[in-house]
Design a protein around this ligand. Structure first.
Ligand code: GDP
Ligand code: IMO
Ligand code: MG
Length: 436
């Protein structure tokens, strides 16, 4: 199990931060592979609760090298703030490395995103507003600015000039140009971040290659979730990076054949933030109950998350796309008090039963979930550490999810803390932070 990829199987916020933190106890290298500070990964450990946005969730193991990979969209202002908070709370950050190939989020990307969302009106994506889409847009347009460009002030200023002129043109086209932002002020500000981050910025490719060739334990940390993937997600209500195992390989520079194990993180129910179809969404008291009990409010934006039952149709689709060898089924404890629990096993689309996810968001919007009902267990499982100690009904729920998704639940979450984790199968002797 030298290289393990950890990917969201739903619409994000599945609990990837907790899973990475647990597995990072024996990792040599933890690589955050894609996305930007649109992500919010929560870790609860002896030092308290942390919300990480760019720093890999392996940072709590001081022996691990934590890498922000070429595929990440990096907001240096956000990263500097995040490092300050970690250091103030006693977390060592000297194991961090930033790829010189990572693209920088610039202030004009944030402005552009706001303008683009505004111009979409009722069709707005519900972006986190972190400028991630426009940053990747400039990367694809080949006018992006990369972390390594901060090393040369003259070259950096030239790139800022090109990027800003392009952004201003787009703002004018959208009718949202409110006057020039000072090019030199922006470049000066970024060059001050450069002085703080310089020690971390590196060509990480040889470091990653060296770790693979010596058989080091490497964790690839995914952000968002497969249903937000740009190619395979619920387009256009998607993020702008590749959120799959393949995307993690691309973003990190780890060759696909080096990945030994891929873990899909799924909640025992579903949540979604922002717009777009979600067939099992509960717009009733049960949805409100789940949101309140699980405190389903965004780690990054504080927005209320939409809640619904576990959807095996989308889950099977994401497991198939990623080839998950294990599932981490999180937040099972949230279902503790329910009389019955529903699982969506198919959709009804205009009178026909379907088992696949239609390509068009408006078709998925029309899909009505076909549910199977399972009895609840009506008792707290927050202190259970062995699968066999779970109530029979909870075991049955887990086994049904495993069967429907097609991979074993080798990790089961019964609470946010490290110890509130059932590790079995492939993880029986892993997840070292879970051990008391
Ligand atoms: P991520 O973006 O995938 O890392 O997930 P978030 O951190 O945005 O949201 C997951 C939330 O669930 C966080 O508040 C975690 O502390 C919490 N969490 C993770 N696993 C469990 C679990 O098994 N039970 C409970 N009750 N909370 C969990
Ligand atoms: P983690 O890593 C949940 C959602 C946004 C919006 C869509 C596009 O914490 O799981 P963007 O800002 O990327 O242009 O927004 O994607 N989104 C997330 N939802 N968790 C995330 O990250 C998300 N990152 C983006 O709400 O619907
Ligand atoms: Mg999150």
């Amino acid at each position: 199990m030298a290289v393990t990829a950890v990917v969201g199987g739903q619409w994000g916020d599945e609990g990837k931060g907790k899973v990475i933190d647990l597995l990072a106890g024996t990792a040599d290298v933890v690589i955050r592979a894609h996305g930007g500070d649109n992500a919010g990964h929560t870790v609860v450990n002896d030092l308290g609760e942390f919300a990480l946005h760019l720093v890999p969730a392996g940072i709590f193991n001081p022996a691990a090298t934590c890498i922000i990979a070429p595929g990440v969209a990096l907001n240096p202002a956000g990263l500097v703030r995040e490092l300050e908070v970690l250091e103030q709370r006693g977390v060592r950050t000297d194991g961090l490395l930033i790829s010189d190939r990572a693209h920088l989020v610039m202030p004009y990307h944030l402005m552009l995103e706001q303008a683009q969302e505004g111009s979409r009106g009722a069709d707005a994506i519900g972006s986190t507003g972190r400028g991630i889409g426009p940053t990747y847009g400039d990367k694809v347009g080949r006018i992006g600015i990369r972390a390594g460009d901060l090393r040369d002030a003259v070259k950096f200023r030239r790139r800022v000039s090109t990027g800003l002129a392009h952004a201003n043109d787009q703002l004018r086209m959208l009718g949202r140009f409110d006057g020039e932002i000072s090019e030199s002020q922006m470049a000066d500000e970024y060059l001050t971040y450069a002085s703080r981050l310089r020690e971390f910025i590196r060509d990480v490719s040889p470091i990653v290659a060296g770790a693979i060739s010596r058989g080091a334990e490497i964790l690839l940390e995914g952000a968002q979730g497969t249903l937000l993937d740009l190619d395979h997600g619920t387009y256009p209500y998607a993020t702008t990076s590749a959120c799959t195992v393949a995307g993690l390989c691309q973003g990190s520079g780890v060759p696909p054949q080096a990945v030994d194990h891929s873990v899909g993180v799924y909640k025992a129910y579903c949540t979604r933030v922002g717009s777009g179809p979600m067939p099992t969404e509960l717009k009733d008291g049960v949805g409100d109950y789940l949101r309140e009990r699980a405190h389903e409010f965004g780690t990054t934006t504080g927005r209320a998350r939409r809640c619904g039952w576990f959807d095996a149709v989308v889950s099977r689709y994401t497991a198939r796309l990623n080839g998950f060898s294990s599932i981490a089924l999180t937040r099972l404890d949230i279902l503790d008090e329910l009389e019955t629990i529903s699982l969506c096993v198919a959709y009804d689309l205009d009178g026909s039963r379907i088992q696949d996810v239609p390509y068009d968001a408006s078709l998925l919007e029309r899909c009505r979930p076909v549910y199977e009902e399972l009895p609840g267990w009506k008792t707290s499982i927050s202190d259970v550490s062995d699968f066999e100690e779970l109530p029979r009904e909870a075991m049955r729920f887990v086994e049904r999810v495993e069967h429907l998704v097609g991979a074993p639940a080798d990790m089961i979450g019964v609470g946010p803390a490290r110890r509130q984790t059932i590790s079995r199968g492939r993880f029986r002797s892993a997840a070292p932070f879970a051990k008391p």
